[in-house]
Design a protein around this ligand. Structure first.
Ligand code: ZN
Length: 274
C-alpha cells in the first residue's frame, strides 16, 4: 500500500559544475540563484540545496555570498536552506567548512571519495570528520550523501559509533559516472539496508531524475529534483527552471496520494528544531 506520508522535495537550483553553455537558463549570479530558489520553494520544495556563485557566475564557497543569498531567500520564503560542502580540487577543507559557521539549518556531505565523471570527488576520513565536527558545533543538520553502497556502509558505521551529530538525513545520489547507476534495483538495495523508520531522499542524475523520484513516491522516500542534477524536462527539451521540475513531481505525488510537505512539516519529519 502506498504511504500517505507527505513528500519532502529538495531542490538543487544550480550546482558547481554547469555553465550557461550547458544550459542557457542557468541561474548563476547571487540574485538569479535567489530567484530560482524562491520559485522552487513556491512550486513545492521545502529544502533548497544551495551552491553559490559570484557575480561572474563562478562557483564560490565565500561565506559572504552564502549569507547574502540565504538572507534574501529567508526574507521571501520559509524554506530550509541546505549548504553544499563541495569537494572539488579547487577548494580547501577550511573553505568547504567556512559557510557552516553561518549556522545554516542543513549541510550536505558525501560519505566517501570516488571518480566523478572525469574528476575525483575527494572526501577523506579527515574531511568527513572535520565537516561533521563543524556541523555539530554549529548546530547544523547533516545530509549524508550516498553515491554508492560503500558510502552507505560508512554512514551506518558512523551512526553505530555515535560519530554523527544527530539527527541526520540520508540522500542517495544515483547516476553519476563513477558512482552507482540510477536504477530501481540499486535504490531498493540501498533502502533495504536502512531501519524502516529512516527518512531518505533520492537524487537521480540526468534521465534518472524523474523515474527515481516516482519510485521514491511509491516507496515512502523523498525526492530531490532540480537543475543541478538534470537540465531536461523531457527528451531533448530543456526544463524552463528548477521550479518546473519541482512542480511536476509535486503534482504526481499529490495524484498518488502523498501530499507535498510544507516546510514546517518537513522540519518536523526531519527532526529539525521548529
Ligand atoms: Zn550540490
Amino acid at each position: 500500500m502506498i504511504t500517505e506520508k507527505p513528500l519532502i522535495i529538495t531542490c538543487p537550483v544550480v550546482g558547481a559544475e554547469l555553465t550557461k553553455t550547458d544550459y542557457p537558463n542557468l541561474p548563476s549570479t547571487p540574485s538569479e540563484i535567489v530567484e530560482a530558489a524562491v520559485d522552487a520553494a513556491e512550486a513545492g520544495a521545502s529544502i533548497i540545496h544551495l551552491h553559490v556563485r559570484d557575480e561572474k557566475g563562478n562557483p564560490s564557497q565565500e561565506p559572504a555570498i552564502f549569507q547574502e543569498v540565504t538572507e534574501e531567500i529567508k526574507r521571501r520564503t520559509d524554506v530550509i536552506v541546505q549548504y553544499s560542502t563541495r569537494g572539488d580540487a579547487s577548494v580547501t577543507l577550511e573553505q568547504r567548512c567556512a559557510p557552516l559557521f553561518l549556522k545554516p539549518e542543513m549541510a550536505a556531505l558525501a560519505m566517501g571519495s570516488m571518480n566523478y565523471g572525469e574528476d575525483i570527488f575527494c572526501n577523506s576520513p579527515e574531511t568527513i570528520d572535520r565537516v561533521l565536527e563543524c556541523a555539530g558545533s554549529n548546530g547544523v543538520m547533516v545530509e549524508l550523501q550516498i553515491y554508492d553502497s560503500a558510502m552507505l556502509e560508512t554512514a551506518l558505521r558512523y551512526e553505530r559509533e555515535d560519530l554523527l551529530p544527530l539527527p541526520f538525513h540520508l540522500n542517495f545520489v544515483l547516476g553519476i559516472r563513477g558512482g552507482m547507476e540510477g536504477s530501481v534495483q540499486n535504490l531498493a538495495f540501498l533502502v533495504s539496508k536502512l531501519d524502516r523508520r529512516s527518512e531518505w531522499t533520492v537524487s537521480g542524475i540526468g534521465g534518472e531524475q524523474l523515474p527515481l523520484a516516482l519510485h521514491a513516491i511509491a516507496m515512502g522516500g523523498h525526492a530531490r529534483v532540480g537543475i543541478e542534477d538534470n537540465i531536461f524536462y523531457a527528451k531533448d527539451t530543456f526544463a524552463r527552471s528548477s521550479a518546473q521540475l519541482v512542480e511536476r513531481v509535486a503534482a504526481i505525488s499529490l495524484q498518488a496520494g502523498r501530499p507535498v510537505a510544507r516546510t514546517a512539516k518537513a522540519r518536523e519529519m526531519l527532526g529539525l528544531a521548529v
